[in-house]
Design a binder for this molecule. Structure first.
Ligand SMILES: Cc1ncc(COP(=O)(O)O)c(C=O)c1O
Length: 364
């Protein structure tokens, strides 16, 4: 073994590199297409881009040359106002991803277990294992709900965290209250990832006051179009908040993100109308896909749609679409065989996608 490699933490070199997503300019170059031909429907981002008002305020931002407030005082107050809680219930981070990492860092000793229900957001496995934890992965039902009647059969010994996602990425499935209640009654940290809350409008954050083991995650990456600025937050009981504030890197929410999130929270009507449009577009695409033979389309409360190809090859279609600049997410795991996930783009983008997709599908 190389000497340098022997210094690395056990297992790091065997880990898969996270996320195959490639930036649009690099894809365009690789495919020999103009950047304007790229329709990015693979990461559930806001297809309208950063709001004009946000760009304007970023151009006027005064304090980009100084460090942000490590106590996040103003940011936490603003987010708390939006989330309907107190500032001491909030920690902001460089995306919800950073919050998941901080939760693992706070709780896990080597070998501690974390429970998830697969298929779900793939970063959970990555970050749990990176933090020395071991993932207990229970398969979901065929419709991707969590089997509430089988919960008591799960061996919960040694499990310190359960990671639940609502709506679940990539299936779009909502977490049922019965399932949540089961875990809230156990001695473990219950994390509900509500990254797509603005689309589902359904939240469990109201239960935090009465449950000291519940933590809800949200993000500015999806509805608010700030994925590239990296900002998300957790809503949690004050004791957890105090502990996470102690261990977080001091400046991970940068000044530009601070400025941008403030503007987003002031533009409620603007984003509400974008969300309304995206939901209408999503439902139109679900209807179009469902009407085509050979596709099994799952309902979604989010800004993406999961579907299974019953006969054609999902990989071949994903690759053929990519050659034309339309990017989708392809899955082929034991529970997601021959599946594709398409993010909801603009009306025009989805028209292009549907036309290309059906042409390629019919030709297969
Ligand atoms: C369920 C879920 N949680 C968290 C994230 C990450 O969010 P962020 O960009 O805030 O790190 C994503 C991004 O795809 C997601 O789908």
């Amino acid at each position: 073994m190389d000497y340098l490699e022997s210094l690395f933490k056990t297992g790091v070199m065997e880990m898969a590199t996270y996320s195959p997503i490639e930036p649009p300019d690099q894809i365009a170059r690789r495919l020999g297409l103009p950047e304007s031909a790229i329709i990015k429907l693979d990461a559930n981002e806001n297809p309208y881009g950063v709001a004009a008002e946000v760009l304007k305020e970023l151009g006027r931002a005064r304090y980009l040359s100084i460090y942000p407030d490590p106590a996040q005082k103003a940011v936490r107050e603003e987010i708390a106002g939006y989330a309907g809680c107190a500032a001491n219930n909030i920690v902001a981070g460089a995306g919800a991803d950073e919050l998941i990492d901080l939760i693992c860092r706070l709780v896990l000793n080597p070998g501690d277990k974390v429970l998830t229900f697969s298929p779900t957001f793939s970063y959970y496995k990555h970050v749990v294992e990176l933090n020395g934890g071991s993932l207990v992965d229970v398969p979901r039902n065929e419709d991707y709900s969590i089997n509430s009647t089988q919960l008591s059969a799960i061996d919960l010994s040694g499990i310190k965290i359960v990671l639940l996602c609502s709506p679940n990425n990539p299936s779009g499935t909502m977490l049922e209250r019965e399932v949540l209640d089961f875990f809230l009654g156990k001695e473990m940290l219950v994390v509900v990832d509500e990254a797509y809350f603005e689309f589902s409008r359904s939240t469990f954050a109201g239960l935090i006051g009465s449950h000291n083991n519940l933590l809800v995650l949200r993000t500015f990456s999806k509805c608010f179009g700030l994925a590239g600025l990296r900002v998300g937050y957790g809503i949690m009981p004050p004791l957890l908040q105090e502990a996470i504030m102690k261990i977080k890197p001091p400046y991970s929410v940068n000044m530009a993100a601070e400025v941008a999130l403030r503007v987003c929270l002031q533009q409620k009507d603007f984003f509400a109308s974008q969300v309304k449009q995206m939901i209408a577009t999503r439902d139109r695409v679900i209807t179009a896909l469902s009407g085509h033979e050979g596709l099994e389309v799952y309902p979604s409360r989010s800004n993406f749609i999961l579907f299974r190809l019953q006969r054609a090859s999902a990989k071949a279609l994903k690759d053929a679409l990519e050659q034309k600049g339309v990017l989708l997410r392809y899955f082929n795991t034991p529970q997601l065989q021959n599946h594709l996930r398409v993010s909801v783009g603009t009306e025009e983008q989805m028209d292009v996608f549907l036309k290309m997709f059906f042409t390629l599908l019919d030709a297969q």
